[in-house]
Design a protein around this ligand. Structure first.
Ligand SMILES: [Ca+2]
Ligand SMILES: [Ca+2]
Length: 335
C-alpha cells in the first residue's frame, strides 16, 4: 500500500474540521498482530441516506417494496462530526491474526466456549428443511472461526466470531501494547467507509462499481445459491466465498473491503430511530438495546445491502459465516 498516496488523497478530505494528529504520531503502523493501522483525520460528514424509494427502485429493480421501505432507519441524513483523529485497521481481522490472538492470550472464542459451535456452508444442506430457515447450517460444533464450511487461509477475514470475541481481542491488544483498541462506533464506521463520498458506495452510485472494490454476491457466488441468482451483481468479482483481505482496491482513506467480504461489528447498540435525535459530535448509539450494529455487507450480500449507509444488527452472541471484525484505535493525545 502506498501510504503517501493514501494520505495525499485521504487526509483532511472533509476539510471543514480537521484536527491533526500529534506531530509524533505515525500516519500508519503495523501492530503486534501485523494489522496495518491507518490514521484517519477528524472531520464532518453526512451520515445516513434519505434516498427516495422511487430512486432506489430504479437502481435495484428486483428489490421488493418492503425491502426498500425497511431502509427508513437510514434517515434522516444528518451531519456528524468526528472530533478526534483515530486509527482504523486497513483490513478486516484475518484468520491468521485471530489465531495469533487466541494462541498468545489463551482466549476461547464463544463458539467453542459455549459448546454450541457456529454456522457453516454445506452443499448438502437444505434451508427449506431447517427449523430456522437459515441460509447456512448451524449452529453446529463442527463450525467455528476455524471452519466456516468453505476453504480459508490465514489471509482471509475471520468469520463466525461474536461481538464478545471482538471485545476480548481489543482488550488483549490494548493491554499488550498500552494502547486503546476497540470496535468503531457506527458513525466512525460510516465516516471511514465513505472517505469523503456521498454516493451509495465509495466507488460511486452504480452497483457494478463494486466489482473493483468489493467481494459481494456476484456471478461467482450465484451457482451456489440458484434461488438468489437474479440478485447476483452482474459481473464476476472472482470469489464465491470470502476473499483474502485487500484483494480489491481501497477507498480514499486506504481502507480495504469496507463494502463486502465480511460484515463488521461496531461498538454501538442499534436504535431504529436513533438518527432522529443523535448528537452531532461523536454519536455512540442508544443507551439501551439488545442488538449491536454490523456494517458493510459481506461476500453473500446483495448490492442493495452493501451500501455505505445500510444498517443491520445482531445479538452479541451471534456467530455467523458472514460476520467478522475490524478494529480501531484511539489516537494518542497531544502532549
Ligand atoms: Ca463474490
Ligand atoms: Ca467488510
Amino acid at each position: 500500500m502506498n501510504i503517501k498516496r493514501i494520505f495525499a488523497l485521504g487526509l483532511c478530505l472533509m476539510a471543514s474540521a480537521c484536527t491533526s494528529l500529534p506531530g509524533s504520531a505515525p500516519r500508519a503502523f503495523a501492530n503486534t498482530l501485523g494489522m496495518s493501522m491507518v490514521a484517519l483525520p477528524a472531520g464532518t460528514f453526512v451520515m445516513g441516506s434519505e434516498e427516495p424509494v422511487e430512486s432506489l427502485h430504479k437502481a435495484y429493480p428486483l428489490a421488493e417494496n418492503y425491502r426498500l421501505d425497511n431502509l427508513s432507519d437510514e434517515a434522516p441524513a444528518h451531519a456528524v462530526r468526528i472530533t478526534q483523529p483515530f486509527y482504523m485497521a486497513a483490513t478486516e481481522v484475518t484468520v491468521g491474526q485471530f489465531r495469533q490472538f487466541v494462541q498468545l492470550s489463551g482466549y476461547v472464542p464463544e463458539s467453542i466456549a459455549d459448546g454450541t459451535g457456529g454456522y457453516g456452508y454445506n452443499a448438502q444442506y437444505d434451508a427449506s428443511k431447517s427449523a430456522r430457515g437459515d441460509a447456512f447450517e448451524g449452529r453446529d460444533v463442527r463450525y467455528s472461526w476455524q471452519n466456516p464450511g468453505f476453504a480459508q487461509t490465514d489471509a482471509h477475514p475471520v468469520v463466525n466470531v461474536t461481538w464478545g470475541d471482538a471485545q476480548a481481542m481489543a482488550a488483549w491488544l490494548s493491554k499488550k501494547e498500552g494502547r486503546s483498541y476497540r470496535l468503531p462506533t457506527e458513525a466512525e464506521w460510516e465516516y471511514a467507509a465513505r472517505a469523503g463520498t456521498r454516493t451509495r458506495y465509495h466507488c460511486g452510485d452504480d452497483p457494478t462499481c463494486l466489482l473493483a472494490v468489493a467481494n459481494t454476491f456476484d456471478e461467482a457466488a450465484k451457482p451456489y445459491w440458484p434461488q438468489f441468482a437474479a440478485n447476483a451483481l452482474p459481473g464476476n468479482d472472482g470469489y464465491a466465498f470470502t476473499a483474502p483481505v485487500a484483494s480489491f482496491a481501497p477507498n480514499a482513506f486506504g481502507l480495504y473491503d469496507m463494502h463486502g467480504n465480511a460484515w463488521e461489528w461496531t461498538q454501538d447498540l442499534y436504535g431504529e430511530d436513533y438518527y432522529a435525535h443523535s448528537p452531532v459530535d461523536d454519536p455512540r448509539g442508544p443507551e439501551d438495546g439488545n442488538v449491536y450494529v454490523r456494517r458493510g455487507g459481506s461476500w453473500h450480500t446483495w448490492s442493495l445491502y452493501a451500501r455505505s449507509s445500510y444498517r443491520n444488527w445482531n445479538s452479541p452472541q451471534t456467530r455467523y459465516t458472514l460476520v467478522g471484525i475490524r478494529l480501531v484505535m484511539d489516537a494518542p493525545a497531544a502532549n
